[in-house]
Design a protein around this ligand. Structure first.
Ligand code: BTN
Length: 321
């Protein structure tokens, strides 16, 4: 029995007896109990009502490969090799493992849960089951490593556009590519370069994590929120949001490949949460006010000695308390 089959039965939010679930699924009551236990261990809230049965409390928003594919424009549907997994260590790692077999299509991996979700700077990315989006895409870019400058910012713009297309307002970007609602982070992007240059083509894995329904998380060391918490009047369905992110990323990467970063500069700056705010570099050496980005995507600080460009990877900016 697949856990998802059991969860589909519980998705009507009614109380179901162990006996009726066992009968419908053709398994023993003990097997039903084991699956319920596992779902609870993996983070779902399911109430056990003595003498009556089980009731699903948490939102249930199952990932479905076919639904994601059919929500993509037809040309993109054919372009991607979309795999939806129940569980994986990291979707970025899974794309890396599958790149060799991609055969011309763009590998896209989604997982319902990550056991070793990776964030930037070696951090862990909270990846509980069934609540968020963990999505990675293998992208090939012409023009060598120099062509990568600005890519991670372009991806931030693409994810912001995907959310806005679903009705989210005031989506903020924190340099280089964290997504913020007010002062709370709700999504992050991890760009990893894969392998050597081959005939001028550089292979990149773009990993995108979006908190969708998550309401509690251990070990997150900064203020955070989730999409359904921040934009609660909108209906957030992970399949729709995944399709929209994939479509926006593919469209943006195509434009970026043809025209470079400059055409994204104002789109990024319009969402800059640092603009005109007092900032300091991570090591505390640079202090200034946020002044947007330069033509290459470096962040500009207006300091006492003039504008200073902060290069991606060197320094992380934090708003001063
Ligand atoms: C950050 O630190 O802000 C980047 C977070 C990136 C998380 C995503 S979730 C999908 C993909 N797989 C991973 O292991 N990490 C990225």
């Amino acid at each position: 029995m697949k856990s998802n089959t059991l969860l589909s039965l519980l998705s009507d939010r009614a109380v179901h007896s162990g006996e009726s679930l066992a009968k419908t699924l053709g398994v023993s009551r003990t097997a039903v109990w084991k699956h319920i236990r596992r779902a609870i261990d993996e983070g779902l809230e399911i109430k056990t009502i003595r003498g009556k049965g089980y009731q699903l409390i948490s939102p249930l928003d199952l990932l479905d490969r076919q639904r994601i594919l059919s929500a993509l424009p037809t040309t993109m549907e054919e372009q991607v090799d979309l795999v939806v997994l129940g569980e994986v260590d990291s979707t970025n790692a899974e794309v890396a493992r599958r790149l060799a077999a991609a055969r011309g299509r763009i590998p896209v991996i989604l997982a319902d849960r990550q056991t070793s979700g990776r964030g930037r700077r070696g951090r862990v990315w909270a990846s509980p089951k069934g609540q968020n989006l963990y999505l990675s895409m293998g992208l090939a870019l012409q023009g060598g490593f120099a062509a990568l400058e600005g890519l991670s910012l372009v991806l931030g713009v693409a994810v912001a556009r995907a959310l806005e297309s679903k009705g989210a307002d005031a989506v903020g970007l924190k340099w280089p590519n964290d997504l913020f609602a007010g002062d709370q982070k709700f999504a992050g992007i991890l760009v990893e370069i894969q392998g050597e240059l081959q005939e001028g083509v550089v292979q990149v894995i773009a990993g995108i994590g979006i908190n969708v329904h998550m309401t509690t998380a251990d070990d997150v060391d900064q203020p955070w929120t989730s999409v359904s918490g921040r934009w609660s009047s909108l209906d957030w369905v992970r399949n729709d949001l995944a399709a929209s992110v994939i479509a926006e990323v593919l469209a943006a990467v195509e434009v970026f490949g043809e025209q470079g970063f400059d055409v994204f500069r104002s789109s990024w700056q319009d969402r800059d949460i640092f603009i005109d705010r007092l900032l300091h570099s991570r090591d505390g050496e640079l202090v200034g006010t946020g002044a947007g980005i330069d033509a290459n995507g470096n962040y500009l600080l207006r300091t006492e000695t003039g504008l200073v460009a902060v290069r991606a990877g060197d320094i992380s900016l934090r708003a001063q308390p």
